[in-house]
Ligand binder design. Structure first.
Ligand code: HEM
Length: 485
């Protein structure tokens, strides 16, 4: 008996060693020589596994690419074609149950139906709501009496007030009065630092779900924050649940929703639902929730970089103040910036992209021909917004410098090029649906603050490079004082 079992176990060991040997030898040989993408130039390590890219993300340099080519042509092809999202981006933009964004048909139905509510012209009707919020905010900031506070915390509070007011005529309980966001934005930052890396390692994620006790060690090895983070993508961790209750309460109070006279976005979305029942109630509720879920961190961190950049230059700040305090109210996002304030907004958002890893898309059924290479079905393709924003062909040799004047130049063609190749709000085929909402908020908040206060900002040690650009990121650690005028 013992002899038989010894022989059997020796066989198993042999099979195991042979398989391991084949995998270790055959897989790399296949990937380097025979894989359909083997001919692409670039580091061989990048061809062997996704570790090359993951290491770049961990190092805070996701914009350094393995293989660069005619970026402009790539962008046209990748984003003008309606390529499907990858699991990474679908997971990122969806609720935990893979949400409405996961299925392309459903996704298109939702975007088409909800589209009219998110146009710039429709959202303009909610501008009075933002002004009302800013009156409350300014009154509260006056009471701070010039005390030093955390910039990201306050920008987050302001954005949450604006978003909840526009979307369901709500207001996050007490956070403005208390001047405290429970650290929700920083928690999001931690969450995204991890997701930027783990999003590329789906098998590891499954393993960590099965064996959560390994998390701490894996995070340590990968150099990821081990501290508690927000539990998932979406509403801010602490104030989120009460915000969701507010949304449900508002929905139950609407009897005959009207699009034309809708008091807020959720009323308009319910009117769309009545008109087009296929756009069901869950979708309407999901979209309203995602206005806050997808908008609170992105818009908040944009405001942080805008204020920090303007106030880091006394001359620029003086010009912005003059403009904001004059008769003419500068707008943040005209098609072509015409004021120094709007130019600063554009430039700060260009240099401090909210999303910094390639926006991923999947090659379609018949594959894709690009730059003389064939990318088979399922290949993940993408363009990195930050790589574009730092591209000297598009922005000139000073592409890495903060120069708002570049947006005010007389060179129409140059402005059009900078506009056209900006991936700030994503690629055209499925760009950010909330961009007009974010623009409405930013273009109202910035002039209000400079009109009412002398603002003093302390940029954290390490300056503007103190934070690694990952999937979503933010300039954290800066302090601000709002001195009433
Ligand atoms: C300054 C603020 C914002 C920035 C910079 C921003 C940027 C982006 C980017 C880069 C994408 C990925 C697009 C792509 O893959 O091509 C995206 C997607 C998305 N954004 Fe925004 N966003 C902002 C604010 C908002 C707001 C206020 C909302 C609220 C409605 C929102 C809702 C979404 C949603 C739902 C998606 C997923 C869309 C999809 O899967 O097709 N965003 N955003």
């Amino acid at each position: 008996m013992a002899l038989i079992s010894d022989t059997a176990s020796t066989e198993w060991v042999t099979i195991f060693i042979t398989c391991a040997f084949l995998i270790i030898l055959v897989v790399p040989i296949y990937r380097l020589l025979f894989h359909p993408l083997a001919a692409l130039p670039g580091p061989k390590l990048a061809a062997l596994s996704s570790w090359w890219q993951i290491r770049k993300i961990i190092a805070g340099k996701p914009y350094e690419l393995a293989f660069t080519t005619d970026m402009v042509q790539s962008m046209n092809i990748i984003f003008l074609m309606k390529l499907n999202l990858t699991d990474f981006s679908a997971e990122s933009s969806a609720s935990q149950d893979k949400g409405p964004w996961y299925d392309m048909m459903r996704y298109q139905l939702i975007r088409r139906s909800a589209g009219p509510a998110f146009t710039a012209s429709n959202l303009k009707r909610f501008k009075p709501k933002v002004i009302e919020v800013m009156q409350r905010v300014c009154e509260r900031l006056h009471r701070l009496n010039g005390e030093e506070v955390d910039t990201s915390e306050w920008m987050h509070i302001i954005v949450l007030e604006c978003l909840t007011s526009i979307t369901w005529s709500g207001s996050p309980e007490d956070i403005l009065e208390q001047g405290h966001n429970y650290g929700d934005l920083e928690l999001n930052l931690t969450f995204w630092r991890r997701t930027s890396v783990l999003g590329h390692l789906p098998t590891l994620c499954v393993l960590l779900d099965v064996m959560p006790m390994l998390r701490k060690y894996v995070f340590q090895i990968l150099g990821l924050p081990t501290s508690y983070s927000s539990q998932g993508i979406g509403l801010p961790a602490h104030v989120g649940p009460s915000l969701f209750k507010q949304l449900l309460h508002r929905i139950s109070s609407i009897e005959n929703p009207s699009f034309e006279n809708g008091r807020d976005l959720i009323e308009q979305l319910l009117a769309i639902h009545i008109d087009k029942p296929k756009f069901n109630l869950d979708y309407a509720r999901g979209i309203a929730g995602s206005c806050v879920a997808a908008g609170h961190d992105t818009t908040g961190s944009s405001l942080v970089s805008i204020l920090c950049r303007i106030c880091a230059s006394p001359d620029l700040q003086r010009r912005v103040e003059q403009e904001c305090r004059g008769e003419r109210v500068p707008v943040g996002f005209e098609d072509r910036p015409s004021t120094i304030t709007s130019a600063c907004v554009r430039e700060a958002m260009r240099l401090h992209h909210v999303t910094n890893i390639s926006l991923p898309r999947v090659a379609p059924r018949d594959g894709l021909q690009l730059h003389g290479y064939f990318f088979p079905e399922g290949t993940v393709l993408g363009c990195n917004p930050t790589t574009f924003a730092r591209n000297t062909d598009l922005f000139g040799p000073d592409a890495r410098e903060f120069k708002p004047e570049r947006w005010l130049s007389d060179d129409e063609d140059q402005i059009k090029t900078m506009e056209r190749y900006s991936l700030l709000f994503g690629g055209q085929s499925r760009s950010c649906p909330g961009q007009n909402l974010a623009k409405l908020i930013i273009s109202s908040v910035v002039p209000h603050l400079f009109r009412n206060f002398d603002i003093h900002v302390k940029v954290p040690k390490g300056g503007f490079d103190n934070y690694p650009p990952q999937f979503w990121t933010m300039l954290s650690g800066s302090k601000i004082r709002f001195v009433p005028r």
